[in-house]
Write a protein that binds this ligand. Structure first.
Ligand SMILES: NC(=O)c1ccc[n+]([C@@H]2O[C@H](COP(=O)([O-])OP(=O)(O)OC[C@H]3O[C@@H](n4cnc5c(N)ncnc54)[C@H](O)[C@@H]3O)[C@@H](O)[C@H]2O)c1
Ligand SMILES: [Fe+2]
Length: 393
């Protein structure tokens, strides 16, 4: 019998208008000096002001740090950590997509540790996080990463990505208000939505999946399949935004506990080497990775096909796993993300380096239902370059 270790964020508010819970939650911690971590776009469009105005009106001392960039490089994380240590803040609020929330967590935790953030990286670091850090509230403005409920902070390195991860990086409070996502432009809606879908799909087929994460993942897939296209077509579609917020949140809870695997392992080098946004890197690889591994998890792929609302054969799991890959391909195409590496101007000569970097993501690869070795990874990148799903192994 296997035992699943399940961890959730202690308190989550999810729903249209849930931002109203911010003040009472901040009050619980009685902070004297609050750091808000965000990005310049959110400041420019007035979203950050909307979040912090009630705080300043209540007399809180709030400092806005808005130098976060998408797919934040380690150096930006280092700068923010130094700034947080010097600023003597006693609470951190992350407002934004995964990029801002990831840095908010990192800053809150490393504020009470010593040495550079690089020392705490999973692949190359030598130190371990051992203290909880400052209280933190995370408020997503995209429906994608699920970072508001995970214990991971992702940082971009020269050619790939690495993470700082510990349960102390979990938010004290997550506030998931779909109203904050209405302004997300279509291409970002598409990419972040496929990221969330990938979290749910990879969690469902993960070797660490459990009945708890299965329920979360399948419901996430249902909500995303029903509403992602609508949210991309019309950002003001309230029900579609609500579904996507719930879907990405549920997918976050699922993958944080079951793990993501091959799609993310192969996507990280695309982000690192070619600066492709995280969701788009996942989107372009999703059908090719799932097509390659589908025989190792055919029953589960058949379940995913059902959750996607796809056309089940009701005859053969093998046939349905194939149909599932087709359905995933269709969603990626419908939301307008390029379907081959060539669509991102990645040359054939890059495939070997991508392979060598993906091989290093052992933590992720270990959760694939089909063990993915170097030759498998090479074959999947080749398939994504050629635009033809490879024969499953
Ligand atoms: N911690 C985790 O568990 C986890 C999981 C998956 C991905 N990630 C990481 O998260 C990062 C990606 O996060 P993301 O996909 O949310 O994108 P992002 O945070 O990089 O944001 C993408 C763009 O959308 C803009 N944006 C965000 N919200 C907006 C809004 N409401 N209106 C208008 N524009 C808005 C941002 O300003 C930015 O330009 C990557 O670094 C990725 O590796 C983390
Ligand atoms: Fe992701």
């Amino acid at each position: 019998m296997s035992v699943s270790r399940i961890v959730f964020t202690p308190l989550n508010y999810v729903g249209w208008g849930s931002l109203e819970q911010l003040i009472p939650e901040v009050e619980r911690f009685s902070p004297k000096k609050i750091l808000v971590v965000t990005d310049p776009v959110l400041e420019k469009i007035g979203l950050v002001q909307r979040v912090i105005r009630p705080l300043t009106e209540q007399g809180y001392d709030v400092y806005v740090y808005s130098d976060v960039v998408p797919e934040p490089p380690l150096e930006i994380g280092e700068k923010l950590v130094s700034f947080t240590r010097q600023g003597r803040f006693d609470m951190v609020i992350g407002v934004g997509g995964g990029s801002a929330m990831d840095l908010a967590k990192l800053a809150a935790v490393l504020a009470v540790h010593e040495g550079p953030a690089a020392d705490y990286l999973n692949l190359t670091g030598t130190k371990k996080v051992h203290k909880k850090g400052l209280p933190k509230i995370l408020i997503p403005t995209t429906s994608g990463t699920g970072s508001e409920v995970t214990n991971i902070s992702v940082l971009s390195l020269d050619t790939t990505k690495d993470v700082v991860t510990h349960d102390y990086l979990l938010a004290d409070v997550a506030i998931v208000d779909p109203e904050l996502t209405v302004s997300v432009p279509p291409r970002v809606t598409a990419a972040t939505g496929i990221d969330a879908l990938t979290h749910a799909v990879e969690a469902y087929v993960s070797v660490n999946a459990s009945p708890t994460t299965d329920g979360l993942a399948l419901q996430a897939i249902r909500l995303i399949a029903r509403s992602l296209r609508k949210a991309v077509e019309n950002g003001n579609d309230k029900q579609a935004r609500i579904d996507m917020s719930n879907g990405s949140y549920l997918a976050g809870l699922a993958f944080f506990n079951a793990g993501v695997a091959g799609v993310h392992a192969l996507a990280y080098p695309l982000g690192g080497q070619f600066h492709i946004p995280h969701g788009e890197s996942n989107a372009v690889l999703l059908p090719y990775v799932m097509g390659y591994i589908r025989k190792s998890c055919a029953k589960r792929m058949a379940d995913i096909l059902n959750a996607l609302g796809g056309n089940s054969s009701y005859l053969s799991e093998e046939e349905d796993s194939y149909r599932c890959v087709e359905e995933l391909e269709r969603i990626v195409r419908d939301v307008g993300i390029p379907r081959t590496l060539g669509g991102f101007h990645i040359p054939e000569t890059a495939l070997e380096r991508l392979t060598q970097d993906a091989v290093k993501q052992k933590r992720l690869l270990a959760r694939s239902p089909l063990p993915l070795l170097e030759d498998d990874i090479r074959a999947i990148y080749r398939a994504a370059f050629d635009g033809v799903v490879a024969e499953p192994r």
